[in-house]
Design a protein around this ligand. Structure first.
Ligand SMILES: [Zn+2]
Length: 93
């Protein structure tokens, strides 16, 4: 078991699914279980925070993950680019 090398944020329908949920213990790739709600729209907040931490550990704080027609793609400087994008693309309408 080497979870640090098995986490792949691009494999699943949602990047957060790459990590095991610390709340309901849903496995990687499995949506959160919420026994009290028949429709689980959302993932546990703690799982999102964990995924965020692991993602930043793995890819760096400037990386982002984008949904493309081909699936999820990690952009190594997506966060920096997005911040710049607001400056460069704002205002045109
Ligand atoms: Zn959960």
């Amino acid at each position: 078991m080497r979870p640090d090398t098995e986490v792949d944020f691009t494999l699943h329908k949602h990047p957060v699914l790459a990590v095991v949920c610390p709340v309901c213990h849903a496995d990687a790739g499995v949506w959160c279980r919420r026994p009290s709600e028949h429709a689980a729209w959302d993932l546990h907040a703690a799982r999102k925070r964990l995924a965020d931490q692991v993602f930043i550990d793995r890819h760096g704080a400037s990386a982002s993950i984008e949904l493309t027609p081909a699936g999820w793609v990690v952009d190594p400087c997506g966060r920096a680019a997005a911040a710049q994008g607001e400056l460069f693309h704002g205002g045109a309408s």
